[in-house]
Design a protein around this ligand. Structure first.
Ligand code: NAI
Length: 251
């Protein structure tokens, strides 16, 4: 895939999967645009790209709290001043509120929904305006296997991720005529900490025999954002080592 001159916007690029995506796209020669609410972590990601070599295009990056709708609009005004094209958006930023449904406040619910779901919509809407002017593009929404199955005390997160799957096919239907494809990825357990500290049983419980890595998600993003794959839209790719296909009857 030739990513030279491609401009790729990645949200939540300060850590975890988002940082790995930023490094992976820069490695392939793409110009990355990075946002995160955590300025220090975002600066670190940008520095990692800057110090990786001359062949890595310098990133554009800016602190942004995605739960704030007007801040998102202001960011896109700024982005238009920096670039007249956008090839891909990866709506990656996300978080949960892991507490009892009896205690979850309206404010906590809203923060999760606004960050995970509303921001995905707003970033897609604003990105699509840029993409249609420059001949189309690709939007990838990072959902979760928790969109389709749950542990207790995950209501806001699960609802936001379920919403992202629905948003994905709705946007795919609307934006297809503008040459914009929209797909979702539902990761399972992707270890963003110390992979070496995982226990054998962590790996063995997966049909694939291992826990996931951020690179597993990066390769799927490459596939979705490659213009050659222009027949692929409206889909949801589950990347979970088979966990959601596993029977769990106790013997
Ligand atoms: P992470 O917590 O390491 O990184 C998320 C990034 O998003 C952080 O840098 C954080 O500062 C940023 N962020 C959070 N709220 C924000 C806001 N309001 N405005 C701007 N930035 C904000 O998480 P991780 O594991 O890298 O997850 C990335 C995405 O993948 C999330 O959407 C998550 O739900 C999804 N996912 C991750 C899985 C995993 O096992 N790691 C499994 C399934 C889905």
């Amino acid at each position: 895939m030739d990513m030279d001159k491609q401009v790729v916007l990645i949200t939540g690029a300060g850590s975890g999967i988002g940082r790995a995506l930023a490094l992976a796209y820069a490695e392939q020669g793409a110009r990355t645009v990075l946002v995160d609410r955590n300025k220090d972590k975002l600066d670190e990601t940008a520095q990692l790209i800057q110090s990786a070599g001359q062949d890595h295009p310098q990133p554009l990056y800016r602190e942004l709290d995605l739960s704030d709708a007007s801040a998102i609009e202001a960011f896109f005004v700024w982005l238009r001043e920096q670039t007249d094209r956008l090839d891909a958006l990866i709506n990656n930023a996300g978080l949960g509120a892991w507490k009892s449904v009896y205690d979850l406040s309206v404010e906590e619910w809203d923060y999760v929904i606004n960050t995970n779901l509303r921001a995905s919509f707003l970033c897609a809407r604003e990105s699509a305006k840029l993409m249609r002017e420059s001949g189309g593009g690709s939007i990838v929404n990072i959902a979760s296997t928790r969109a389709i199955m749950s542990e207790p005390n995950s209501e806001a997160y699960a609802a936001s991720k379920g919403g992202i799957l629905s948003l994905t096919h709705a946007l795919a239907a609307t934006l297809g005529p503008d040459g914009i494809r929209v797909n979702a990825i539902s990761p399972g357990w992707i270890e963003t900490g110390d992979y070496g500290q995982l226990r054998p049983e962590d790996h063995q419980q997966h049909l694939a025999g291992r826990v996931g890595k951020p690179e597993d998600i990066a390769r799927a993003c490459f596939y979705f954002t490659d213009p050659a794959n222009d027949f692929v839209t409206g889909t949801n790719l589950v990347i979970d080592g088979g966990m959601t296909r596993k029977m769990i009857y106790i013997e």
